[in-house]
Write a protein of this length. Structure first.
Length: 348
């Protein structure tokens, strides 16, 4: 196990801000994960588990403890009850796995093509896009339980998946290190074409799109919104969507409609959001004076996506957090709703 010191974390994140890790270890096996945890405990260091750094804002001061980057590789597959089960190491790049699943003509993750980050990061916030989320296909996962340092197998139900949440970012935050995830996919299954963007992409087609065509469509749509990482494109130097779509009570929703009417506006209706009683955070942000392309010194909003706070170069974590707070305050003042950030804030 190689323990490195004062390792810059900004290059290991997609937003590219923040200071160093006091100690840093990259673990490629379960035994290396065990060793790293043992080292942190022996030294009394706080532990942070890093995947692909795509849902993360690191503070300018960095992290005073040990950052453990989980890089467990390998994808294995077997047939089970008519499904193909892919057992995937937590360190595998998520998009590489979706490419492999689609190449094997297995349905269930095609709409999540192009999401950055690691496989081990996907259960944490129950990653989803274009009408699919990993909760639908995760069969089980293997995790190191930090309570007793035992490796456990958690079935789908035990993970407590809901919109952008699981036990891993709520009730059991910090308890588990995810080592391997098993996805049960449908061989020869049809692609899931439910979202408006995808329907529009394939409009006018008489034949059903294949899984490979759906993957390509999703990647193209994502690229047009800077939601696909393209090196050098500052519009995707972000942590993805910075705010969650708020879920409102009936009373909050009524109040929002009244506030909109007073401004001569109507709350837009999106079938996919309506079904989950959510409203569009992007609409709230855009109607609070922060439109696409907004700039405030080295930070701003992506020219292609209203919810992505971007680092236009040389931004600090403090710049990012200041813009986040301005947006939250303004949205609250105008619409009476406090937006909740989606990325994990480390070391603040
Ligand atoms: C351009 C862009 C587009 C995006 N689009 C989407 C999208 O469409 N849908 C969506 O849901 N998300 C999206 N995201 C957010 C992000 O890609 C996902 O949340 C991703 O799954 C995070 O994985 P990661 O490996 O990068 O995690 P990290 O950012 O490294 O970590 C995030 C959290 O997960 C924890 N974690 C990571 N790995 C493990 C592990 N092995 N065990 C335990 N905990 C772990 C970390 O401790 C941290 O708390 C986007 C991000 C960007 C930058």
């Amino acid at each position: 196990m190689l323990i490195q010191e004062n390792v810059p974390l900004a290059p290991l994140t997609t937003l590219k801000v923040g200071g160093p890790a006091r100690y840093f270890v990259e673990a490629k096996t379960i035994s290396e994960v065990h060793d790293a945890v043992g080292y942190a405990r022996a030294q009394g260091l706080p532990l942070f588990v890093l995947g692909g750094g795509s849902n993360l804002v690191v503070s300018d001061a960095g992290w005073p403890g040990l950052v453990l980057k989980v890089s467990i590789p390998a994808i294995e597959e077997h047939d089970e009850d008519g499904k193909v089960v892919f057992d995937v190491g937590a360190g595998v790049d998520w998009d590489k796995f979706t490419a492999r699943a689609v190449a094997r003509n297995c349905a269930g993750v095609e709409c999540m093509s192009g999401i950055p980050g690691s496989v081990g990061g996907t259960p944490v916030q129950n990653v989803g896009a274009y009408g699919q989320e990993v909760a639908e296909t995760i069969d089980s996962l293997q995790a190191l339980d930090l309570r007793d340092c035992e490796v456990r197998e958690l079935c789908n139900q035990a993970c407590g998946f809901a919109y952008r949440t699981s036990i891993f970012n709520t009730t059991e935050r910090g308890r588990y290190i995810i080592l391997r995830v098993s996805y049960a996919l449908t061989p020869g299954g049809e692609p899931h074409i439910a979202y408006a963007d995808l329907k529009k992409y394939f409009a006018g087609r008489t034949s059903k799109p294949s899984l490979a065509e759906t993957r390509e469509a999703v990647r193209q749509i994502r690229a047009s919104k800077a939601m696909l990482i393209v090196p050098g494109d500052e519009d995707c130097r972000s942590a993805g969507s910075f705010f969650k779509n708020p879920v409102l009570s009936a009373e909050q929703y009524r109040e929002l409609i009244e506030r909109a009417a007073a401004r001569g506006l109507q709350i837009p209706s999106y079938p996919a959001l309506d079904a989950q009683k959510k409203i569009s955070a992007a609409w709230l942000v855009e109607h609070s004076g922060y439109s696409k392309g907004y700039s405030s010194g080295p930070v701003g909003i992506s020219r292609k996506h209203a919810l992505a706070i971007v680092n236009r170069g040389r931004a600090t974590a403090a710049d990012v957090l200041a813009l986040k707070e301005h947006i939250q305050d303004r949205v609250q003042e105008i619409w009476g709703i406090r937006l909740e950030p989606e990325p994990v804030l480390l070391g603040f």
